[in-house]
Design a protein around this ligand. Structure first.
Ligand code: NAD
Ligand code: TYD
Length: 340
């Protein structure tokens, strides 16, 4: 089988490529990535050594480019990770999110229609459901929870999901969608909560916690997300949405304290800053459907996953030092000001 994996130079995409190369050495993999600020070829260094892996630089929203790639490669499966993925950036600059996340998804699906495909898989997010109240721990997102987005990022992802389902109903395109909770693990770009806090703590810099730090996320180790997508693309039912989550809810403050403790740093580094506009309070996934239909369950406990993640950042300083020394500095100053 030949798979095109878009956004494979990003966090989850690169982890997915390594997962697939290990689990399915008989398959062929093409990574299509624009290499935006979030894409990193160094994350794919080891994959580049494999004869059944190829990297192609390009934009999923560039129709001519995407069509010529599909015409030449004739993929069986497309897994679309490519996206602008950071909520804070979507608040600063929403338009790019529409272009990549919505138009780009449409272009990929048109290419699938034109050249034929066994499966198009859209990697989506639990953020399409909006948020849950903090005082109702009995509530979870199911696949039938209405879409109710808060940020330009989540609105663009929900729009893409609707387009994917419309292509299934109208054109019969064989699609699946996964809606996953927050991931953590190796190759996570340092603008996101967990890597940002690890790196700031290592530098004894302030840890900027939004609002009161009580917002809750359902954290899933990235490899568990990869195993879920692998099952869905190979055994999931056409036209179906699958929620993926860890049943591992933690407030941001708790996560930050766990990181500080693991690194032997003082909680005095925690600094409460102005809240994110429209900040979702709680995400929590009901993963009954994927468990019942495909037998999926997360394998990594948070204590183990966070320990492995911290170790990875300690062992791979070159990877993140290169990132934070470049354009990232401008973004950081714009977001957090000069005092951090
Ligand atoms: P990321 O920002 O780390 O990586 C995105 C990748 O897409 C980068 O390599 C970037 O270069 C590439 N890209 C961006 N625009 C492109 C374009 N126009 N054409 C081709 N490539 C382009 O993101 P991530 O955290 O790995 O997330 C991957 C996917 O998973 C996204 O669709 C995101 O919405 C979804 N998701 C993420 C999480 C999470 O916790 N990170 C949770 C659920 C779902
Ligand atoms: P993030 O990693 O941006 O993921 P998402 O917004 O998609 O869930 O943020 C996770 C949580 O951490 C979210 O509630 C916002 C919060 N947060 C901070 O408190 N400080 C920060 O500097 C960042 C980046 C996030």
């Amino acid at each position: 089988m030949k798979l095109i994996i878009t956004g494979g130079a990003g966090f989850i995409g690169s982890n997915f490529i390594y997962y697939e190369l290990k689990q399915h050495p008989e398959d062929e993999f093409i990574c299509l990535d624009k290499l935006t600020y979030a894409g990193n070829l160094s994350s794919l260094k080891d994959a580049m050594q494999q004869p059944n892996f190829k990297f192609v630089k390009g934009d999923i929203a560039d129709r001519d480019f995407v069509y010529s790639l599909f015409e030449g490669e004739k993929p069986d499966v497309v897994v679309n990770f490519a996206a602008e993925s950071h909520v804070d950036r979507s608040i600063l600059e929403p338009e790019l999110f529409l272009k990549t996340n919505v138009i780009g998804t449409g272009v990929l699906m048109d290419a699938c229609r034109k050249y034929g495909i066994k499966r198009y898989h859209q990697v989506s997010t639990d953020e399409v459901y909006g948020d849950l109240p903090l005082d109702r721990p009995d509530l979870f997102f199911t696949e039938t929870t209405p879409l109710h987005t808060s940020s330009p990022y989540s609105a663009s992802k929900a729009s893409a999901d609707l387009l994917v389902l419309a292509y299934h109903r109208t054109y019969g395109l064989p699609v699946t969608i996964s809606r996953c909770s927050n991931n953590y693990g190796p190759y996570h770009f340092p603008e996101k909560l967990i890597p940002l806090m690890i790196i700031n703590a290592l530098h004894d810099k302030a840890l900027p916690v939004y609002g009161d730090g009580a917002n809750v996320r359902d954290w899933l180790y990235v490899e568990d997300h990869c195993s879920a997508i692998d099952l869905i693309i190979r055994h999931g039912r056409d036209g179906e949405v699958y929620n993926v989550g860890g049943h591992n809810e933690k407030s941001n403050l708790v996560v930050v304290k766990i990181i500080l403790k693991a690194l032997g740093k003082s909680e005095d580094l925690i600094t409460f800053v102005k809240d994110r506009p429209g900040h979702d309070r709680r995400y929590a996934i009901d993963q009954t459907k994927i468990h019942n239909e495909l037998g999926w369950l997360p394998q990594t406990k948070f204590e183990d996953g966070i320990a492995k993640t911290i170790e990875w950042y300690l062992d791979n300083k070159d990877w993140w030092q290169e990132i934070i020394s470049g354009e990232y500095q401008n973004y950081y100053k714009k977001m957090y000001g000069n005092k951090f």
